[in-house]
Write a new protein. Sequence first.
Length: 202
Amino acid sequence: MYRIFIDSVVKKCAIKFAKEVLNAKSYITDLKHFKKNLTCSADKAFEKKAKDYVQLVLDSYKKNNVPIKKLSLSDSILCEKSSSFNSYIKKFEAIISKNDLSTSIQYTNSNGTCCDNAFWKVLVQVMDYGSFKSTYYQCIEDIGINTCVYCNMSPADQCDEHFANYQMEHFYPKNEYPFLSTSFFNFFPSCGMCNQRKGKKF
């Protein structure tokens, strides 16, 4: 696997990515709407846990009330180094274990669209990391990564602002760690073959 050293350029890109997410007008609003309106008709105790889980996501996104323009790596789960992930994992799993993340919930979004699906799937959908692909692509170009981090052979090039010939691979899988689905240091540029082979292993 290609080793990426966290130098000043990488740090700058991570903070840039976090600011992009936090400055998105609907992003935090959508998460708050999700927390308020999600239900679990089959298990009201799980419904409360799910709301607590989403609140912890919100709390982890912007800690200590630091202004976005003054954000540093330690101020948000969006740009914190992966070395801090274990502490987050303990906090989130204290609320809902990995085995229970597939519990079905019901949710109607702000557009009136209803869904009944696994909690983790709906949460990842609401967090919508795909909306920030163009920023991520630019960061990868700025960092200078031009091949898949796993095989170091397949090119990882940006074709245009909205498309690249690699995938945003989540090192910590979304179905077990949905709260990390928009964390910069959980993303790796990967070719489709390596992403498929890696699957949910990490």
